[in-house]
Design a protein around this ligand. Structure first.
Ligand code: URA
Length: 476
């Protein structure tokens, strides 16, 4: 008897999902079932912990496909299906299978916005993405000490969907150097600086309820709060009350809203934040910048990018901020601007590996446009707030010469905005006795073409050649 005949006789198949969010497993089983022509109403998808015994009359052995029929699944469907697998709706796997089944005869079905199943899947997709966004934004760690007196950061979060495992990478990247746990009623994740571990569901009472760090957090939030941008409706939408109890700064909201107008005029002073002691090693700076939220850029979906190079380099190069590729790699100047810089350094005879390369601002600032993250320049206030970190790097590396690439880096070094064309080519004195050289940013060269590009490339090369001569002089 073939698999198809089984179906005709009314065989029921039961698929037990090993995990509530296992897209790969769902896809494999769904392909197998479509290949054997098993219609959606003949399959039950059972979640872990779900009641599979309801289907005990069914034939639990899945059929074996007889031939390798091509399965049609549009890219759009697959990208939505990956997210929908994380939704908490117990019907998600059946719904996805029903859609995959229908796509075989109507491959463009996902484009039909009037179709109720398409709409439902799209809503589920959106809801999962939104939940992930909230997890990124609203997880708040509280510090506890473990038995050996080490710092361990613990957060409580209540996701609507099965997103904890899926979002683990984000927190590992962002808090790579901390030891942390995120406890949730849907399972927990733990990071010890090297390994990610999962454990079963937790209760709110398992998480610490507050610590002195919250006062600091509140102080910080009050100082970055921007009264000029106050939109209470948007705030409530973004930060539903459900999350407020986990966020120490939420306690401030009524107070901040009440004082918003008064504070508007004081807004410019918000850069005058209180900082803790300056870290005294590059490793400590690296750790601290990953936890830094002294300006809103650190709240985007990005990771801090630490400077790179010898800790006694004679030359320190300062860029503006990491770009998209630097953010992903966690290293400065590895993308297109980095390639321009590398080529120009080589041409000038300056060894990049003997140079300490860093950025004025440690996190990538961008706006999301579809799948792309478009660079946004940091504001003067954001550059000024981030001075804390590159000054700490400079205090350790003690370069003889600093090269600022572009206007943001020049502002970061001088504390005021200057015109590149006016200050390039001649050294400026810095407070610690070192010299500052300013030139254009390599991304600027990338945006030009024709004669303007050739001219700016010539000026850039000339600046680096002069810098090389100066370094040679200082080395004597
Ligand atoms: N642009 C910068 O200013 N810095 C980088 O690290 C990359 C691009």
């Amino acid at each position: 008897m073939t698999a198809l005949q089984h179906v005709k006789l009314g065989t029921y198949y039961v698929v037990h999902m090993p995990e509530p969010d296992d897209f790969a497993f769902w896809r494999e089983r769904a392909r197998q079932l479509v290949q054997c022509d098993v219609p959606p109403d003949r399959v039950a998808w059972v979640e872990p912990g779900g009641n599979g015994s309801l289907f005990s009359h069914g034939d639990k052995r899945l059929p074996v496909p007889e031939d390798d029929k091509i399965i049609r699944a549009s890219k759009r469907f697959l990208s939505i299906a990956k997210n929908v697998c994380h939704h908490s709706d117990p019907e998600r796997f059946s719904l996805l299978y029903a859609m995959l089944w229908r796509l075989q005869s109507n491959p463009r079905l996902m484009e039909d916005k009037a179709d109720s199943q398409v709409r439902r899947l799209e809503d589920m997709d959106k809801s999962v993405r939104r939940d992930a966004h909230k997890m990124h934004a609203f997880v708040r760690f509280r510090m506890v000490e473990d038995d050996e007196g080490n710092e361990h950061y613990v957060a409580w979060f209540e996701p609507d969907h099965h997103i904890v495992r899926r979002e683990a990478g984000f927190f590992v990247r962002r808090f790579a150097n901390m030891h942390w746990s995120i406890l949730t009623p849907r399972g927990c994740i733990h990071w010890d600086g090297e390994t990610l571990r999962e454990s079963g569901p937790a209760q709110k009472s398992d998480a610490p309820q507050g610590d002195p760090a919250e006062d600091l957090w509140r102080k910080y939030y009050a100082s970055i709060f921007n009264p000029a941008r106050l939109k209470i409706g948007a705030m409530l939408k973004e930060m539903p009350r459900k999350y407020w109890k986990n966020m120490p700064e939420a306690a401030l909201i009524p107070e901040l809203v009440a004082g918003a107008q008064r504070r508007e005029s004081e807004m410019v002073d918000a850069g005058a934040l209180e900082f803790e002691d300056r870290p005294e090693t590059l490793a400590a700076i690296d750790k601290a910048i990953h936890a830094c939220r002294k300006c809103p850029i650190g709240n985007l979906d990005n990771q801090a990018v630490m400077g790179e190079g010898p800790d006694d380099a004679a030359l320190m190069i300062v860029g503006e901020q990491p770009g998209d590729q630097e953010d992903q790699a966690g290293k400065p100047f590895v993308g297109p601007a980095g390639q321009v810089l590398d080529a120009a350094l080589e041409q000038a005879g300056i060894e990049r590996r003997e140079t300490y390369v860093t950025n004025a601002v440690k996190h990538f600032k961008y706006v999301q446009r579809g799948k792309r993250r478009l660079h946004q320049s940091p504001t003067a206030k954001e550059i000024d707030v981030c001075r804390w970190w590159h000054e700490a790097e400079r205090a350790i590396v003690k370069p003889k010469v600093v090269l600022a690439l572009g206007a943001s880096a020049a502002r970061a070094m001088l504390g005021k905005t200057v015109s590149i064309s006016k200050v390039r080519g001649e050294p400026l004195a810095l407070d610690d006795g070192s010299e500052l050289w300013v030139t254009a940013h390599p991304s600027y060269l990338l945006r030009l073409d024709g004669d303007a590009k050739a001219e700016q490339e010539r000026l850039f090369a000339a600046d680096l050649a002069a810098l090389k001569d100066r370094l040679a002089q200082l080395a004597q």
